[in-house]
Design a protein around this ligand. Structure first.
Ligand code: DQA
Length: 148
């Protein structure tokens, strides 16, 4: 039986600081806690996990291109680049592998500048405002899609 390609979880700028960064917005879990949770969920569904974070837009674009070749699906929290990066939106549009956009906070309840996302239109789905639990929900959704 061919083994499934891993799920990629890609994180953008400042998410390396989770745990200490604005805990009233993002809670107390660190990125490493989130990675452990994602790995357990992915493995429970029979997937491997590739979990990455970058503060650099171009690196995230490169990883989305890689994902098109080597991933089953992508969970993407692009941080503030969500609201500014046409290049990331174009990268999501350019690849065939499904991308689930995740935000820890409810961006629609925050400043107006956070209401627009370059990623939402080309994304396969969006999970917003469920705290760090959103990453696991995205992995469960990907597993459900690919089972059916
Ligand atoms: C975020 C929301 C963005 O507006 C913000 O810039 C982030 C985190 C979230 O997960 O809630 O860095 O993507």
């Amino acid at each position: 039986m061919a083994s499934k390609k891993p799920i990629f979880v890609l994180n953008g700028p400042n998410l390396n600081l989770l745990g200490t960064r604005e805990p009233e917005q993002y809670g107390h879990q660190t990125l490493s806690d989130i990675e452990q949770d994602c790995r357990a969920r992915a493995e429970a569904h029979g997937y491997g996990l590739e979990f990455r974070q970058s503060n650099h837009e171009g690196e995230l674009v490169d990883w989305l291109h890689d994902a098109n070749e080597t991933a089953s699906a992508v969970v993407l929290n692009a941080g503030a680049l969500t609201h500014t990066s046409l290049a990331l939106g174009d990268a999501v549009r350019a690849i065939e592998v499904p991308v689930v956009e995740v935000h820890i906070s409810n961006v629609h309840a925050r400043e107006t500048v956070r209401h627009h996302s370059h990623i939402s239109a080309p994304a396969a789905g969006i999970i917003v405002g469920f705290g760090t639990m959103g990453y696991g929900l995205a992995i469960d959704a990907i597993a459900r899609w690919t089972e059916t």
